[in-house]
Design a protein around this ligand. Structure first.
Ligand SMILES: C[S@@+](CC[C@H](N)C(=O)[O-])C[C@H]1O[C@@H](n2cnc3c(N)ncnc32)[C@H](O)[C@@H]1O
Length: 287
């Protein structure tokens, strides 16, 4: 069991309070959010969960008169597939060009890029705003013959699309062994042979050759912390696409990238989630 499911009750309920709560939860490591009647459910890796930090976040909630309570559950691994099949994971088409579906979908739209994913967990189906924004970026990018790193690969949906778009070779890294195993399954399902999946974090990058393109959909704090290690694996012209943070976090991410010799190119936003593109100009700048 790798994740906790935390059910938040927001009293009185409002969309603004739930949005603020999900932003604060993302800052302390929560990765995905599902709205429910009186609040939301949010998911966090057990290894990253610290209940004292959660209590502080809830106790210092910035909207006066709003009370947040929560319960913590351990979702059973075996229920996820069924839950997703029944409730969440419907085929999705992104930018009219890329369809993502699962093996259990029998009827789904046809598209230029057809990705099959067995998610079994909350992230990496393309439904989350951060994933779909990066997919839209990858559909616009020239990836042909480029080496790509997908940091925090989850199901490897982004690595798979990069490979389908001509990237070669592709490296996919995730800190969670469950994601590494699921990535390998999904890569095989899509009959892709040029993606290497590795278990670990930014420390694996030390001494590696630069990548032409880096993708990292993780979260604000991990990106700010690990950006120097990513920058050390970029050459002039290398592109980096990042997501997993909110529009209000863009200045911090941009500033960090610029301090490492990158130039900000543009951003996208969906329901307040941001995705940014930067290009390395001057590698070796002090971070
Ligand atoms: C928001 S999910 C993104 C998954 C997938 N790339 C997508 O776009 O749907 C973030 C992923 O990053 C992984 N992760 C968290 N911290 C990490 C770290 N320090 N280094 C590498 N991966 C990390 C998590 O296990 C999770 O699979």
């Amino acid at each position: 069991m790798k994740y906790f499911e935390v059910t938040f009750n927001v009293q009185p309920y409002s969309e603004t309070a739930t949005d603020v709560l999900s932003a604060l939860a993302a800052d302390i490591g929560f990765e995905s959010f599902v709205e429910c009647e009186k609040g939301m459910k949010a998911y966090i890796q057990q290894a990253l969960f610290d209940e004292d930090t959660l209590k502080q976040t809830v106790g210092n909630f910035p909207i006066p008169g709003t009370a947040i309570t929560y319960t913590i559950d351990e979702p059973e691994d075996k229920d996820w597939n069924e839950e997703w099949e029944k409730n969440f994971f419907q085929p999705i088409v992104i930018s009219d060009r890329c369809v993502i579906h699962s093996t259990f979908h029998k009827d789904y739209p046809k598209a230029e890029y057809d990705i099959v994913i067995n998610p079994q967990m909350a992230f990496g189906t393309g439904h989350h705003e951060t994933t779909s924004s990066i997919i839209a970026e990858l559909l616009d990018a020239d990836l042909s013959g480029k080496s790509v790193l997908d940091m925090g690969c989850g199901t490897s949906i982004l690595a798979i699309l990069a490979s389908m778009r001509g990237a070669d070779p592709v490296t996919a890294i995730d800190i969670d062994d469950w994601c590494v195993n699921n990535s390998r399954d999904n890569i095989a399902l899509n009959r892709i042979s040029n993606i290497t999946v590795e278990l670990g974090d930014a420390s694996l990058l030390k001494g590696r050759k630069p990548f032409d393109v880096i993708i990292a959909n993780i979260n604000r704090n991990i990106l700010l912390n690990d950006l120097p290690a990513y920058a050390a694996c970029m050459h002039p012209g290398s592109e980096i696409y990042m997501s997993g943070f909110y529009v209000e976090d863009i200045p911090a991410i941009r500033e960090k990238g610029e301090s490492l010799g990158m130039e900000f190119v543009h951003h996208r936003e969906k329901r307040n989630w941001a995705a940014v593109k930067l290009v390395m100009k001057n590698p070796g700048s002090a971070g």
